[in-house]
Design a protein around this ligand. Structure first.
Ligand SMILES: [Zn+2]
Ligand SMILES: [Zn+2]
Length: 300
C-alpha cells in the first residue's frame, strides 16, 4: 500500500471521510505554520531592530513619566513596555474524538464493502441505461416520439456518454485482467467491446469481490467503483432526455407512455406507478414492434 497519513487499519471508505478530512486539515495547517515560522525567522533582524527602537522610546517615555510621578504630578498614564512579537502559534492538535475512525476488516469495514458491492451491481443497469441513449437508435426513437432534440439523442455524433462508458469499460476490464493475473486464473477471453462484455466483466468482479476487497490493493478499486456509481447516477438524473423512457407501460390497464427513470435507476410509470428494473425495460423495448403505435396512427 502507498504511504498515507491515515492509520494503516482505518477503512479507506466513505465511513472515514470526516476522519481523513481532519487529518488533512491538520497536516495542511502544519505546513502553513512551518512557512509562517520560516517567514518569522527571516524577518527576525528587522523585528529586532524595530524592537530596539521601540524599547529606547519606551525607556525615554518611562523616565519622563517616572520623573513627574515621583514629583507627585500625574500628567500621563504609565507607558506600556513594548513586547517582542511572538512566533506564530502552531495549529491546535485534533482531539482524540476528532481522530476516531472506523477500522477496516481487514481493508474495508462491512458497511463500505456492502456499499461497493451495491455500486458494482448497480453499474450495469446505469451503464445500460446511458448506453441505450448514446448508441443512437433509442435516442432517435425518443426524438421521433417526443420531438426532443439534443446532442445525445443525435445518432452517429460522437457522444460524451459513449466516451464515459468506454472509460468505464476500460477500467473494469483492467481490474479483471489484473485480478486474473494476480490469482493465476486463465486470461480473460477475447470479447467484443460491447454491453455484454461489460456485463461479463462486472459479473466476474462481483463473483470475486469478497477476495478483491480483502486485498490491500483494493483501495483505489473500491473508491473508483463508488465514484462511477455516483457519476453515472448524476448523468442519468440530470439529463431529462435520458430520464424519459419512450416505451409504453406494460400494465395492460395503463399502456401509457409515462415511463421515466428514477434516481435509483428503477423505471417507474408516472401514470400507474408500475416499477421495473432496467433489464425488464430493455426486454419490453425489444418486444415492442410498434404495433400499438401503428394502430393508433391509423385511427381516424
Ligand atoms: Zn468504512
Ligand atoms: Zn402505467
Amino acid at each position: 500500500m502507498t504511504d498515507t497519513p491515515y492509520a494503516a487499519d482505518a477503512c479507506p471508505g466513505p465511513c472515514n471521510r470526516r476522519y481523513r478530512k481532519t487529518v488533512d486539515a491538520y497536516l495542511a495547517a502544519q505546513v502553513v505554520h512551518g512557512q509562517a515560522l520560516a517567514d518569522y525567522e527571516e524577518a527576525r533582524p528587522v523585528l529586532e531592530a524595530a524592537f530596539k527602537v521601540a524599547m529606547a522610546a519606551y525607556e525615554e517615555a518611562y523616565g519622563w513619566w517616572k520623573h513627574h510621578a515621583d514629583a507627585g504630578v500625574l500628567v500621563v498614564r504609565e507607558p506600556i513596555s513594548p513586547t517582542f512579537p511572538p512566533p506564530p502559534a502552531p495549529p491546535a492538535e485534533p482531539t482524540e474524538d476528532d481522530l476516531a475512525y472506523r477500522k477496516g476488516d481487514p481493508v474495508w469495514c462491512s458497511r463500505d464493502a456492502g456499499l461497493i458491492r451495491g455500486a458494482l451491481t448497480a453499474l450495469d443497469d446505469l451503464a445500460s441505461l446511458l448506453g441505450s441513449w448514446a448508441d443512437g437508435h433509442r435516442g432517435s426513437t425518443a426524438s421521433q416520439k417526443y420531438g426532443t432534440t439534443g446532442n445525445r439523442a443525435n445518432p452517429g455524433s460522437p457522444s460524451p456518454i459513449g466516451d464515459t462508458l468506454d472509460d468505464l469499460y476500460s477500467q473494469l476490464v483492467k481490474c479483471e485482467d489484473d485480478w486474473r493475473e494476480y490469482r493465476g486464473y486463465r486470461r480473460r477471453p477475447q470479447r467484443a467491446r460491447d454491453s455484454r462484455a461489460r456485463r461479463l466483466t462486472l459479473a466476474f468482479l462481483i463473483d470475486e469481490l469478497r477476495d478483491i476487497l480483502n486485498h490491500p490493493g483494493s483501495v483505489q478499486f473500491g473508491r473508483a467503483v463508488l465514484w462511477w456509481e455516483r457519476t453515472l447516477q448524476e448523468m442519468t438524473k440530470t439529463d431529462p432526455v435520458i430520464q424519459r423512457r419512450p416505451a409504453r407501460c406494460p400494465n395492460d390497464r395503463c399502456r401509457q407512455r409515462a415511463l421515466w427513470t428514477r434516481a435509483d435507476g428503477m423505471i417507474e410509470c408516472r401514470a400507474c406507478g408500475r416499477l421495473m428494473h432496467e433489464h425488464e425495460y430493455q426486454e419490453l423495448v425489444d418486444a415492442d414492434d410498434g404495433g400499438t403505435d401503428i394502430q393508433e396512427a391509423s385511427r381516424p
